[in-house]
Design a protein around this ligand. Structure first.
Ligand SMILES: *[C@@H]1O[C@H](CO)[C@@H](O)[C@H](O)[C@H]1NC(C)=O
Ligand SMILES: *[C@@H]1O[C@H](CO)[C@@H](O)[C@H](O)[C@H]1NC(C)=O
Ligand SMILES: *[C@@H]1O[C@H](CO)[C@@H](O)[C@H](O)[C@H]1NC(C)=O
Ligand SMILES: *[C@@H]1O[C@H](CO)[C@@H](O)[C@H](O)[C@H]1NC(C)=O
Length: 534
Protein backbone atom coordinates (compact mmCIF):
# COMPACT_ATOMS: atom_id res chain seq x y z
CA UNK A 1 0.00 0.00 0.00
CA UNK A 2 2.66 2.42 1.12
CA UNK A 3 4.83 1.78 -1.91
CA UNK A 4 1.83 2.22 -4.22
CA UNK A 5 1.22 5.64 -2.69
CA UNK A 6 4.86 6.58 -3.23
CA UNK A 7 4.78 5.47 -6.83
CA UNK A 8 1.66 7.57 -7.25
CA UNK A 9 3.29 10.62 -5.67
CA UNK A 10 6.46 10.30 -7.75
CA UNK A 11 4.36 9.88 -10.87
CA UNK A 12 2.38 13.03 -10.03
CA UNK A 13 5.58 14.99 -9.42
CA UNK A 14 6.97 13.80 -12.74
CA UNK A 15 3.78 14.91 -14.47
CA UNK A 16 4.19 18.34 -12.91
CA UNK A 17 7.79 18.59 -14.02
CA UNK A 18 6.92 17.40 -17.51
CA UNK A 19 4.28 20.13 -17.68
CA UNK A 20 6.63 22.68 -16.16
CA UNK A 21 9.57 22.12 -18.52
CA UNK A 22 9.27 25.82 -19.07
CA UNK A 23 6.95 27.80 -16.84
CA UNK A 24 6.04 31.18 -18.14
CA UNK A 25 3.79 34.08 -17.30
CA UNK A 26 0.88 34.81 -19.58
CA UNK A 27 -1.08 38.06 -19.67
CA UNK A 28 -4.54 37.98 -21.28
CA UNK A 29 -6.52 40.79 -22.95
CA UNK A 30 -9.89 39.09 -23.33
CA UNK A 31 -13.22 39.79 -24.96
CA UNK A 32 -16.55 38.88 -23.42
CA UNK A 33 -19.27 36.33 -24.19
CA UNK A 34 -18.61 33.48 -26.63
CA UNK A 35 -15.07 34.78 -27.25
CA UNK A 36 -14.27 34.24 -23.60
CA UNK A 37 -15.79 30.73 -23.51
CA UNK A 38 -13.42 29.77 -26.30
CA UNK A 39 -10.35 31.48 -24.90
CA UNK A 40 -11.01 30.02 -21.45
CA UNK A 41 -10.42 26.51 -22.82
CA UNK A 42 -6.92 27.54 -23.94
CA UNK A 43 -6.21 29.27 -20.61
CA UNK A 44 -7.35 26.22 -18.61
CA UNK A 45 -4.97 24.03 -20.61
CA UNK A 46 -2.10 26.51 -20.23
CA UNK A 47 -2.69 26.72 -16.50
CA UNK A 48 -2.79 22.93 -16.24
CA UNK A 49 0.63 22.84 -17.90
CA UNK A 50 2.06 24.94 -15.10
CA UNK A 51 2.07 28.43 -16.55
CA UNK A 52 0.79 31.41 -14.61
CA UNK A 53 -2.09 33.20 -16.28
CA UNK A 54 -3.28 36.73 -15.47
CA UNK A 55 -6.44 38.10 -17.07
CA UNK A 56 -7.04 41.85 -17.39
CA UNK A 57 -10.66 42.18 -16.39
CA UNK A 58 -13.10 44.94 -17.29
CA UNK A 59 -16.80 45.09 -16.31
CA UNK A 60 -18.12 42.02 -18.12
CA UNK A 61 -20.89 39.45 -18.25
CA UNK A 62 -19.35 36.03 -18.07
CA UNK A 63 -15.69 36.55 -17.26
CA UNK A 64 -16.22 35.19 -13.81
CA UNK A 65 -13.49 35.12 -11.21
CA UNK A 66 -15.56 33.47 -8.52
CA UNK A 67 -15.42 30.12 -10.31
CA UNK A 68 -12.94 27.50 -9.10
CA UNK A 69 -10.34 28.06 -11.75
CA UNK A 70 -6.73 28.99 -11.02
CA UNK A 71 -6.49 32.22 -12.98
CA UNK A 72 -5.30 35.53 -11.60
CA UNK A 73 -7.36 38.58 -12.38
CA UNK A 74 -6.21 42.19 -12.55
CA UNK A 75 -9.22 44.47 -12.31
CA UNK A 76 -9.07 47.42 -14.68
CA UNK A 77 -10.66 50.39 -12.92
CA UNK A 78 -12.77 51.89 -15.69
CA UNK A 79 -15.28 54.66 -15.48
CA UNK A 80 -18.14 52.73 -17.10
CA UNK A 81 -20.30 50.12 -15.47
CA UNK A 82 -21.39 46.70 -16.58
CA UNK A 83 -24.85 48.12 -17.26
CA UNK A 84 -23.49 50.28 -20.08
CA UNK A 85 -21.90 47.27 -21.73
CA UNK A 86 -25.18 45.38 -21.30
CA UNK A 87 -27.09 48.28 -22.78
CA UNK A 88 -24.90 48.19 -25.87
CA UNK A 89 -25.22 44.46 -26.23
CA UNK A 90 -29.01 44.74 -26.16
CA UNK A 91 -28.83 47.57 -28.67
CA UNK A 92 -26.77 45.39 -30.99
CA UNK A 93 -29.23 42.51 -30.77
CA UNK A 94 -32.14 44.88 -31.38
CA UNK A 95 -30.37 46.43 -34.41
CA UNK A 96 -29.58 43.03 -35.86
CA UNK A 97 -33.00 41.47 -35.31
CA UNK A 98 -35.44 44.35 -35.67
CA UNK A 99 -33.84 47.38 -37.31
CA UNK A 100 -31.28 46.42 -39.93
CA UNK A 101 -33.31 43.77 -41.82
CA UNK A 102 -35.83 46.53 -42.54
CA UNK A 103 -33.26 48.98 -43.96
CA UNK A 104 -31.59 49.46 -47.30
CA UNK A 105 -27.95 48.41 -47.50
CA UNK A 106 -26.63 51.96 -47.24
CA UNK A 107 -28.97 52.91 -44.39
CA UNK A 108 -27.92 49.72 -42.59
CA UNK A 109 -24.27 50.66 -43.04
CA UNK A 110 -24.98 54.08 -41.51
CA UNK A 111 -26.79 52.47 -38.56
CA UNK A 112 -23.90 50.10 -37.95
CA UNK A 113 -21.42 52.93 -38.27
CA UNK A 114 -23.20 55.00 -35.62
CA UNK A 115 -23.26 51.98 -33.36
CA UNK A 116 -19.55 51.30 -33.81
CA UNK A 117 -18.70 54.92 -33.12
CA UNK A 118 -20.46 54.60 -29.75
CA UNK A 119 -18.46 51.46 -29.04
CA UNK A 120 -15.26 53.26 -29.96
CA UNK A 121 -16.04 55.82 -27.26
CA UNK A 122 -16.36 53.07 -24.64
CA UNK A 123 -13.21 51.31 -25.77
CA UNK A 124 -11.26 54.55 -25.67
CA UNK A 125 -12.19 54.93 -22.00
CA UNK A 126 -11.04 51.38 -21.32
CA UNK A 127 -7.73 51.95 -23.14
CA UNK A 128 -7.04 55.18 -21.28
CA UNK A 129 -7.69 53.63 -17.89
CA UNK A 130 -5.02 51.01 -18.60
CA UNK A 131 -2.38 52.78 -20.67
CA UNK A 132 -2.53 56.16 -18.94
CA UNK A 133 -2.53 54.73 -15.39
CA UNK A 134 1.19 54.64 -14.55
CA UNK A 135 0.65 52.64 -11.34
CA UNK A 136 -1.19 49.97 -13.28
CA UNK A 137 1.29 49.86 -16.16
CA UNK A 138 4.23 49.67 -13.73
CA UNK A 139 2.55 46.75 -11.97
CA UNK A 140 2.22 44.95 -15.30
CA UNK A 141 5.81 45.82 -16.26
CA UNK A 142 7.19 44.51 -12.95
CA UNK A 143 5.39 41.21 -13.43
CA UNK A 144 7.65 40.50 -16.46
CA UNK A 145 5.21 38.56 -18.65
CA UNK A 146 6.49 36.23 -21.37
CA UNK A 147 3.57 36.52 -23.74
CA UNK A 148 0.29 38.44 -24.08
CA UNK A 149 -2.71 36.56 -25.50
CA UNK A 150 -5.07 39.05 -27.12
CA UNK A 151 -8.56 39.04 -28.52
CA UNK A 152 -8.12 41.99 -30.90
CA UNK A 153 -11.86 42.62 -31.23
CA UNK A 154 -11.41 44.99 -28.28
CA UNK A 155 -8.64 47.42 -29.26
CA UNK A 156 -5.50 48.27 -27.25
CA UNK A 157 -4.36 44.79 -26.17
CA UNK A 158 -1.55 44.94 -28.70
CA UNK A 159 -0.77 48.49 -27.61
CA UNK A 160 -0.33 47.30 -24.02
CA UNK A 161 1.96 44.51 -25.28
CA UNK A 162 3.93 47.01 -27.36
CA UNK A 163 4.41 49.37 -24.42
CA UNK A 164 5.45 46.45 -22.17
CA UNK A 165 7.73 45.12 -24.94
CA UNK A 166 6.26 41.61 -24.68
CA UNK A 167 5.53 39.40 -27.74
CA UNK A 168 1.85 38.68 -28.33
CA UNK A 169 -0.50 36.16 -29.90
CA UNK A 170 -3.83 37.16 -31.46
CA UNK A 171 -6.86 34.90 -31.11
CA UNK A 172 -9.64 35.81 -33.47
CA UNK A 173 -12.68 34.45 -35.27
CA UNK A 174 -12.74 37.18 -37.90
CA UNK A 175 -12.68 40.96 -38.19
CA UNK A 176 -15.13 43.10 -40.19
CA UNK A 177 -14.30 42.58 -43.86
CA UNK A 178 -11.17 40.61 -42.82
CA UNK A 179 -9.55 44.01 -42.26
CA UNK A 180 -7.18 42.82 -39.52
CA UNK A 181 -6.21 39.54 -41.12
CA UNK A 182 -5.79 41.07 -44.58
CA UNK A 183 -4.23 44.45 -43.90
CA UNK A 184 -2.56 43.99 -40.53
CA UNK A 185 -1.64 40.29 -40.71
CA UNK A 186 -0.97 40.24 -44.49
CA UNK A 187 -3.18 37.17 -44.98
CA UNK A 188 -3.79 36.87 -48.73
CA UNK A 189 -7.52 37.24 -49.44
CA UNK A 190 -8.13 37.20 -53.21
CA UNK A 191 -11.69 38.47 -53.73
CA UNK A 192 -12.06 36.17 -56.75
CA UNK A 193 -12.43 33.06 -54.60
CA UNK A 194 -12.30 34.05 -50.92
CA UNK A 195 -15.82 35.26 -50.06
CA UNK A 196 -16.04 38.22 -47.69
CA UNK A 197 -17.08 37.31 -44.18
CA UNK A 198 -20.26 39.41 -44.39
CA UNK A 199 -21.27 38.20 -47.84
CA UNK A 200 -22.84 34.72 -47.38
CA UNK A 201 -21.21 33.81 -50.72
CA UNK A 202 -19.50 30.50 -51.51
CA UNK A 203 -16.01 30.07 -52.95
CA UNK A 204 -17.26 29.31 -56.47
CA UNK A 205 -18.69 32.66 -57.56
CA UNK A 206 -20.41 33.78 -60.72
CA UNK A 207 -19.33 37.05 -62.32
CA UNK A 208 -22.05 39.03 -60.50
CA UNK A 209 -21.13 37.43 -57.21
CA UNK A 210 -17.50 38.32 -57.74
CA UNK A 211 -18.54 41.91 -58.41
CA UNK A 212 -20.53 41.86 -55.15
CA UNK A 213 -17.60 40.36 -53.26
CA UNK A 214 -15.17 42.96 -54.63
CA UNK A 215 -17.58 45.80 -53.80
CA UNK A 216 -18.00 44.51 -50.24
CA UNK A 217 -14.27 44.18 -49.83
CA UNK A 218 -13.69 47.76 -51.04
CA UNK A 219 -16.60 48.99 -48.92
CA UNK A 220 -15.14 47.59 -45.71
CA UNK A 221 -11.62 48.75 -46.59
CA UNK A 222 -12.83 52.24 -47.25
CA UNK A 223 -15.49 52.48 -44.57
CA UNK A 224 -13.43 51.19 -41.67
CA UNK A 225 -10.39 53.18 -42.77
CA UNK A 226 -12.45 56.31 -42.74
CA UNK A 227 -14.43 55.98 -39.56
CA UNK A 228 -12.68 53.80 -37.11
CA UNK A 229 -9.09 53.15 -37.99
CA UNK A 230 -8.27 56.84 -38.39
CA UNK A 231 -9.29 57.39 -34.78
CA UNK A 232 -7.22 54.48 -33.49
CA UNK A 233 -4.21 55.39 -35.65
CA UNK A 234 -4.11 58.71 -33.87
CA UNK A 235 -4.67 57.19 -30.43
CA UNK A 236 -1.88 54.63 -30.95
CA UNK A 237 0.55 57.28 -32.24
CA UNK A 238 -0.23 59.55 -29.30
CA UNK A 239 0.28 56.78 -26.76
CA UNK A 240 3.54 55.50 -28.24
CA UNK A 241 4.84 59.02 -28.90
CA UNK A 242 5.77 58.20 -32.49
CA UNK A 243 3.79 58.02 -35.71
CA UNK A 244 2.31 54.55 -36.12
CA UNK A 245 -0.98 52.95 -37.11
CA UNK A 246 -3.42 50.55 -35.51
CA UNK A 247 -2.69 48.03 -38.25
CA UNK A 248 1.09 48.17 -37.86
CA UNK A 249 0.75 47.48 -34.15
CA UNK A 250 -1.76 44.62 -34.56
CA UNK A 251 0.42 43.24 -37.35
CA UNK A 252 3.27 42.69 -34.90
CA UNK A 253 1.46 39.60 -33.61
CA UNK A 254 3.80 36.61 -33.62
CA UNK A 255 0.98 34.08 -34.18
CA UNK A 256 -2.66 34.38 -35.19
CA UNK A 257 -4.96 31.68 -33.82
CA UNK A 258 -8.08 31.70 -36.01
CA UNK A 259 -11.14 29.96 -34.60
CA UNK A 260 -12.16 28.02 -37.73
CA UNK A 261 -10.88 25.06 -39.70
CA UNK A 262 -11.40 23.53 -43.13
CA UNK A 263 -14.66 21.95 -42.01
CA UNK A 264 -16.39 25.36 -41.89
CA UNK A 265 -14.00 27.37 -44.03
CA UNK A 266 -13.47 27.02 -47.78
CA UNK A 267 -9.85 26.30 -48.73
CA UNK A 268 -7.90 29.56 -49.00
CA UNK A 269 -4.28 30.70 -48.92
CA UNK A 270 -2.75 31.22 -45.51
CA UNK A 271 0.56 32.14 -43.89
CA UNK A 272 2.90 30.12 -41.67
CA UNK A 273 2.01 32.23 -38.61
CA UNK A 274 -1.74 31.64 -39.01
CA UNK A 275 -3.09 28.53 -37.24
CA UNK A 276 -6.69 27.48 -37.81
CA UNK A 277 -7.82 26.06 -34.48
CA UNK A 278 -11.62 25.94 -34.82
CA UNK A 279 -13.42 23.66 -32.39
CA UNK A 280 -10.66 23.62 -29.79
CA UNK A 281 -13.27 23.85 -27.01
CA UNK A 282 -15.14 20.71 -28.13
CA UNK A 283 -15.17 17.78 -25.75
CA UNK A 284 -16.87 14.37 -25.65
CA UNK A 285 -20.33 14.53 -24.08
CA UNK A 286 -20.70 13.92 -20.35
CA UNK A 287 -23.80 12.29 -18.82
CA UNK A 288 -26.77 14.67 -18.58
CA UNK A 289 -28.26 15.88 -15.28
CA UNK A 290 -30.95 13.42 -14.16
CA UNK A 291 -33.95 15.67 -14.87
CA UNK A 292 -32.80 16.45 -18.42
CA UNK A 293 -31.86 12.82 -19.13
CA UNK A 294 -35.37 11.72 -18.13
CA UNK A 295 -36.94 14.29 -20.44
CA UNK A 296 -34.67 13.20 -23.31
CA UNK A 297 -35.45 9.51 -22.74
CA UNK A 298 -39.20 10.26 -22.70
CA UNK A 299 -38.95 11.22 -26.38
CA UNK A 300 -38.84 7.55 -27.37
CA UNK A 301 -37.79 6.74 -30.93
CA UNK A 302 -38.51 10.25 -32.24
CA UNK A 303 -35.59 11.76 -30.36
CA UNK A 304 -35.08 15.38 -29.36
CA UNK A 305 -34.37 18.74 -30.95
CA UNK A 306 -32.05 21.16 -29.13
CA UNK A 307 -32.80 24.86 -29.52
CA UNK A 308 -30.61 27.75 -28.40
CA UNK A 309 -30.12 31.25 -29.72
CA UNK A 310 -26.97 31.66 -27.66
CA UNK A 311 -26.20 33.60 -24.55
CA UNK A 312 -26.90 37.04 -26.07
CA UNK A 313 -30.57 36.71 -26.99
CA UNK A 314 -32.39 36.33 -23.69
CA UNK A 315 -35.89 37.17 -24.82
CA UNK A 316 -37.52 37.66 -28.19
CA UNK A 317 -40.59 39.77 -28.89
CA UNK A 318 -43.73 37.99 -27.70
CA UNK A 319 -44.93 37.65 -31.28
CA UNK A 320 -41.73 35.93 -32.40
CA UNK A 321 -41.61 33.63 -29.40
CA UNK A 322 -45.21 32.52 -30.06
CA UNK A 323 -44.48 31.90 -33.69
CA UNK A 324 -41.49 29.71 -32.80
CA UNK A 325 -43.35 27.84 -30.06
CA UNK A 326 -46.31 27.01 -32.30
CA UNK A 327 -43.98 25.59 -34.96
CA UNK A 328 -42.16 23.46 -32.41
CA UNK A 329 -45.46 22.20 -30.98
CA UNK A 330 -46.17 20.45 -34.30
CA UNK A 331 -43.19 18.11 -34.42
CA UNK A 332 -43.18 14.62 -32.87
CA UNK A 333 -39.76 15.21 -31.27
CA UNK A 334 -39.31 16.60 -27.78
CA UNK A 335 -37.71 20.04 -27.75
CA UNK A 336 -35.27 21.50 -25.24
CA UNK A 337 -35.36 25.27 -25.68
CA UNK A 338 -32.88 27.50 -23.92
CA UNK A 339 -34.95 30.59 -23.28
CA UNK A 340 -35.32 32.87 -20.29
CA UNK A 341 -38.00 35.23 -21.59
CA UNK A 342 -41.72 35.06 -20.81
CA UNK A 343 -43.30 31.66 -21.47
CA UNK A 344 -44.99 31.79 -24.92
CA UNK A 345 -48.76 31.12 -24.92
CA UNK A 346 -48.47 28.67 -27.81
CA UNK A 347 -45.85 26.47 -26.10
CA UNK A 348 -46.53 22.81 -26.93
CA UNK A 349 -46.47 19.96 -24.41
CA UNK A 350 -43.43 18.51 -26.21
CA UNK A 351 -41.35 21.66 -25.57
CA UNK A 352 -39.61 22.50 -22.33
CA UNK A 353 -37.92 25.84 -21.56
CA UNK A 354 -34.58 25.95 -19.77
CA UNK A 355 -32.59 28.91 -18.49
CA UNK A 356 -29.46 26.99 -19.29
CA UNK A 357 -28.74 23.72 -21.06
CA UNK A 358 -25.59 21.55 -21.09
CA UNK A 359 -25.39 22.17 -24.84
CA UNK A 360 -22.34 20.07 -25.66
CA UNK A 361 -23.59 17.07 -23.68
CA UNK A 362 -27.00 17.31 -25.32
CA UNK A 363 -25.55 17.54 -28.81
CA UNK A 364 -23.46 14.47 -28.06
CA UNK A 365 -26.53 12.52 -26.89
CA UNK A 366 -27.57 9.69 -29.25
CA UNK A 367 -31.21 10.83 -29.14
CA UNK A 368 -30.46 14.31 -30.52
CA UNK A 369 -31.79 14.65 -34.07
CA UNK A 370 -31.25 18.33 -34.84
CA UNK A 371 -29.92 21.59 -33.44
CA UNK A 372 -31.73 24.89 -33.97
CA UNK A 373 -29.02 27.53 -33.57
CA UNK A 374 -28.24 31.19 -34.13
CA UNK A 375 -25.02 30.01 -35.76
CA UNK A 376 -22.36 31.23 -33.33
CA UNK A 377 -19.01 29.59 -34.02
CA UNK A 378 -18.83 27.73 -30.69
CA UNK A 379 -22.25 26.10 -31.14
CA UNK A 380 -21.63 25.25 -34.79
CA UNK A 381 -18.42 23.49 -33.79
CA UNK A 382 -20.13 21.48 -31.08
CA UNK A 383 -22.69 20.36 -33.68
CA UNK A 384 -19.93 19.48 -36.16
CA UNK A 385 -17.98 17.63 -33.46
CA UNK A 386 -20.97 15.43 -32.66
CA UNK A 387 -22.29 15.26 -36.26
CA UNK A 388 -25.68 16.93 -35.62
CA UNK A 389 -27.50 18.60 -38.57
CA UNK A 390 -28.69 22.18 -37.99
CA UNK A 391 -31.47 24.67 -38.58
CA UNK A 392 -29.80 28.10 -38.66
CA UNK A 393 -31.51 31.28 -37.45
CA UNK A 394 -28.59 33.69 -37.90
CA UNK A 395 -28.68 37.28 -36.62
CA UNK A 396 -25.39 39.16 -36.70
CA UNK A 397 -21.58 39.03 -36.75
CA UNK A 398 -20.29 35.81 -38.30
CA UNK A 399 -23.56 33.93 -37.79
CA UNK A 400 -24.97 34.42 -41.33
CA UNK A 401 -21.58 33.41 -42.74
CA UNK A 402 -21.34 30.27 -40.61
CA UNK A 403 -24.88 29.20 -41.50
CA UNK A 404 -24.32 29.95 -45.20
CA UNK A 405 -21.28 27.67 -45.11
CA UNK A 406 -23.14 24.89 -43.31
CA UNK A 407 -25.97 25.22 -45.83
CA UNK A 408 -23.53 25.07 -48.77
CA UNK A 409 -22.01 21.92 -47.27
CA UNK A 410 -25.45 20.37 -46.93
CA UNK A 411 -25.54 20.15 -43.13
CA UNK A 412 -28.03 22.95 -42.37
CA UNK A 413 -31.17 24.77 -43.49
CA UNK A 414 -31.38 28.52 -42.98
CA UNK A 415 -34.42 30.40 -41.72
CA UNK A 416 -34.49 34.20 -41.62
CA UNK A 417 -35.15 35.51 -38.13
CA UNK A 418 -36.79 38.72 -39.33
CA UNK A 419 -39.17 37.28 -41.94
CA UNK A 420 -39.79 33.69 -40.82
CA UNK A 421 -43.27 32.30 -40.39
CA UNK A 422 -44.25 29.34 -38.27
CA UNK A 423 -44.49 27.23 -41.43
CA UNK A 424 -40.95 28.17 -42.52
CA UNK A 425 -39.47 27.02 -39.26
CA UNK A 426 -41.58 23.87 -39.18
CA UNK A 427 -40.61 22.78 -42.70
CA UNK A 428 -36.93 23.51 -41.99
CA UNK A 429 -36.95 21.38 -38.82
CA UNK A 430 -38.86 18.57 -40.57
CA UNK A 431 -36.38 18.57 -43.48
CA UNK A 432 -33.32 18.43 -41.25
CA UNK A 433 -34.76 15.67 -39.05
CA UNK A 434 -36.28 13.51 -41.80
CA UNK A 435 -34.00 13.84 -44.85
CA UNK A 436 -30.95 11.62 -44.31
CA UNK A 437 -28.62 13.79 -46.44
CA UNK A 438 -28.36 16.42 -43.68
CA UNK A 439 -27.27 13.86 -41.10
CA UNK A 440 -24.83 12.28 -43.57
CA UNK A 441 -23.23 15.63 -44.40
CA UNK A 442 -22.98 16.57 -40.72
CA UNK A 443 -21.26 13.22 -40.06
CA UNK A 444 -18.87 13.83 -42.97
CA UNK A 445 -17.88 17.23 -41.50
CA UNK A 446 -17.50 15.55 -38.13
CA UNK A 447 -15.09 12.96 -39.55
CA UNK A 448 -13.03 15.74 -41.22
CA UNK A 449 -12.94 17.62 -37.93
CA UNK A 450 -11.82 14.62 -35.87
CA UNK A 451 -9.19 13.38 -38.32
CA UNK A 452 -6.36 15.85 -37.66
CA UNK A 453 -2.73 14.96 -36.89
CA UNK A 454 -2.65 17.33 -33.91
CA UNK A 455 -5.82 18.48 -32.15
CA UNK A 456 -6.67 22.19 -32.36
CA UNK A 457 -6.27 22.83 -28.62
CA UNK A 458 -2.81 21.21 -28.62
CA UNK A 459 -1.79 23.36 -31.60
CA UNK A 460 -3.03 26.56 -29.96
CA UNK A 461 -1.17 25.79 -26.73
CA UNK A 462 1.96 24.71 -28.62
CA UNK A 463 2.24 28.04 -30.44
CA UNK A 464 1.66 30.11 -27.30
CA UNK A 465 4.40 28.12 -25.55
CA UNK A 466 6.61 28.42 -28.64
CA UNK A 467 6.36 32.21 -28.46
CA UNK A 468 7.28 32.08 -24.75
CA UNK A 469 10.27 29.78 -25.31
CA UNK A 470 11.68 31.69 -28.29
CA UNK A 471 10.53 35.19 -27.35
CA UNK A 472 8.53 35.38 -30.57
CA UNK A 473 8.17 33.60 -33.88
CA UNK A 474 9.83 36.05 -36.20
CA UNK A 475 10.97 33.27 -38.54
CA UNK A 476 7.33 32.86 -39.67
CA UNK A 477 6.85 36.51 -40.52
CA UNK A 478 6.42 37.28 -44.22
CA UNK A 479 8.36 40.21 -45.69
CA UNK A 480 5.08 41.65 -46.96
CA UNK A 481 4.91 43.58 -43.68
CA UNK A 482 7.79 45.78 -44.85
CA UNK A 483 6.41 46.56 -48.30
CA UNK A 484 4.31 49.50 -49.37
CA UNK A 485 1.01 48.89 -51.16
CA UNK A 486 2.63 49.69 -54.50
CA UNK A 487 5.52 47.30 -53.84
CA UNK A 488 3.26 44.51 -52.54
CA UNK A 489 1.28 44.47 -55.77
CA UNK A 490 4.53 44.87 -57.77
CA UNK A 491 3.05 47.96 -59.41
CA UNK A 492 6.50 49.61 -59.46
CA UNK A 493 8.01 46.59 -61.21
CA UNK A 494 5.10 46.28 -63.62
CA UNK A 495 5.38 50.02 -64.33
CA UNK A 496 9.11 49.73 -64.92
CA UNK A 497 8.74 46.73 -67.24
CA UNK A 498 5.91 48.43 -69.11
CA UNK A 499 8.04 51.54 -69.52
CA UNK A 500 10.93 49.40 -70.83
CA UNK A 501 8.56 47.71 -73.26
CA UNK A 502 7.13 51.00 -74.47
CA UNK A 503 10.59 52.56 -74.93
CA UNK A 504 11.88 49.47 -76.73
CA UNK A 505 8.86 49.36 -79.00
CA UNK A 506 9.31 53.05 -79.69
CA UNK A 507 13.00 52.62 -80.55
CA UNK A 508 12.37 49.58 -82.75
CA UNK A 509 9.52 51.31 -84.55
CA UNK A 510 11.66 54.38 -85.10
CA UNK A 511 14.54 52.24 -86.43
CA UNK A 512 12.23 50.36 -88.77
CA UNK A 513 10.72 53.58 -90.03
CA UNK A 514 14.19 55.01 -90.56
CA UNK A 515 15.39 51.94 -92.50
CA UNK A 516 12.17 51.85 -94.51
CA UNK A 517 12.50 55.51 -95.38
CA UNK A 518 16.07 54.94 -96.54
CA UNK A 519 14.99 52.01 -98.70
CA UNK A 520 12.08 53.93 -100.14
CA UNK A 521 14.26 56.89 -100.95
CA UNK A 522 16.81 54.71 -102.77
CA UNK A 523 14.05 53.07 -104.81
CA UNK A 524 12.47 56.40 -105.61
CA UNK A 525 15.85 57.75 -106.76
CA UNK A 526 16.34 54.69 -108.98
CA UNK A 527 12.85 55.12 -110.41
CA UNK A 528 13.44 58.80 -110.93
CA UNK A 529 16.75 58.19 -112.76
CA UNK A 530 15.05 55.48 -114.87
CA UNK A 531 12.23 57.90 -115.73
CA UNK A 532 14.77 60.58 -116.73
CA UNK A 533 16.64 58.11 -118.97
CA UNK A 534 13.41 57.13 -120.68
C1 LIG B 1 -11.93 42.61 -8.75
O1 LIG B 1 -13.29 43.03 -8.65
C2 LIG B 1 -14.17 42.04 -8.15
C3 LIG B 1 -15.55 42.62 -8.14
O2 LIG B 1 -15.89 43.05 -9.43
C4 LIG B 1 -13.74 41.63 -6.73
O3 LIG B 1 -14.58 40.60 -6.26
C5 LIG B 1 -12.31 41.12 -6.78
O4 LIG B 1 -11.86 40.85 -5.47
C6 LIG B 1 -11.39 42.16 -7.41
N1 LIG B 1 -10.07 41.58 -7.56
C7 LIG B 1 -8.95 42.20 -7.22
C8 LIG B 1 -7.67 41.47 -7.43
O5 LIG B 1 -8.96 43.32 -6.77
C1 LIG C 1 -40.30 48.34 -41.65
O1 LIG C 1 -40.48 49.74 -41.65
C2 LIG C 1 -41.78 50.16 -42.07
C3 LIG C 1 -41.79 51.69 -42.13
O2 LIG C 1 -41.01 52.27 -41.15
C4 LIG C 1 -42.82 49.60 -41.10
O3 LIG C 1 -44.10 49.98 -41.51
C5 LIG C 1 -42.71 48.08 -41.07
O4 LIG C 1 -43.61 47.56 -40.13
C6 LIG C 1 -41.30 47.66 -40.72
N1 LIG C 1 -41.19 46.22 -40.82
C7 LIG C 1 -40.66 45.48 -39.86
C8 LIG C 1 -40.53 44.02 -40.15
O5 LIG C 1 -40.25 45.94 -38.81
C1 LIG D 1 -4.67 53.01 -11.37
O1 LIG D 1 -4.47 51.63 -11.10
C2 LIG D 1 -4.38 51.32 -9.72
C3 LIG D 1 -3.97 49.87 -9.61
O2 LIG D 1 -4.85 49.03 -10.26
C4 LIG D 1 -5.73 51.63 -9.04
O3 LIG D 1 -5.66 51.31 -7.68
C5 LIG D 1 -6.04 53.10 -9.27
O4 LIG D 1 -7.33 53.38 -8.75
C6 LIG D 1 -5.98 53.47 -10.74
N1 LIG D 1 -6.11 54.90 -10.88
C7 LIG D 1 -7.10 55.49 -11.54
C8 LIG D 1 -7.06 56.98 -11.62
O5 LIG D 1 -8.00 54.85 -12.05
C1 LIG E 1 -36.71 41.42 -22.51
O1 LIG E 1 -37.15 41.39 -21.17
C2 LIG E 1 -36.95 42.56 -20.45
C3 LIG E 1 -37.40 42.34 -19.04
O2 LIG E 1 -38.32 41.31 -18.94
C4 LIG E 1 -37.67 43.73 -21.13
O3 LIG E 1 -37.44 44.92 -20.43
C5 LIG E 1 -37.20 43.87 -22.55
O4 LIG E 1 -37.92 44.86 -23.23
C6 LIG E 1 -37.38 42.54 -23.29
N1 LIG E 1 -36.82 42.63 -24.62
C7 LIG E 1 -37.49 42.25 -25.71
C8 LIG E 1 -36.79 42.40 -27.01
O5 LIG E 1 -38.60 41.79 -25.64
Amino acid sequence: MVSEKWVGAVFLLQLCWAGCGFCGKVLVWPCDMSHWLNLKTILEEITARGHEVTVLKFPSFIIDQSKQFPLHFENISVSYEREIAEDHLNKMVNLAVNVIPNQSLWKAARTLQDFFLQLTGIFEGLCRSVLYNQTFMNKLRDAKYDVVVIDPVIPCGELVAEVLQVPFVNTLRFSMGYIMEKHCGQLPTPPSYVPDVMSELADHMTFTERVKNMMLSLFFDFWLQQYDLAFWDQFYSETLGRPTTFCKTVGKAEIWLIRTYWDIEYPRPYLPNFEFVGGLHCKPAKPLPKEIEEFVQSSGEHGVVVFSLGSVVKNLTEEKANLIASALAQIPQKVLWRYSGKKPATLGSNTRLFNWIPQNDLLGHPKTKAFITHGGTNGIYEAIYHGVPMVGVPMFADQPYNIAHMEAKGAAVKVSVSTMTSADLLSAVRAVVNEPSYKENAMRLSRIHHDQPVKPLARAVFWIEFVMRHKGAKHLRVAAHDLSWVQYHSLDVIGFLLACFVILTFIITKCCLFVCQKCCMKQRKKRDTRKKKN
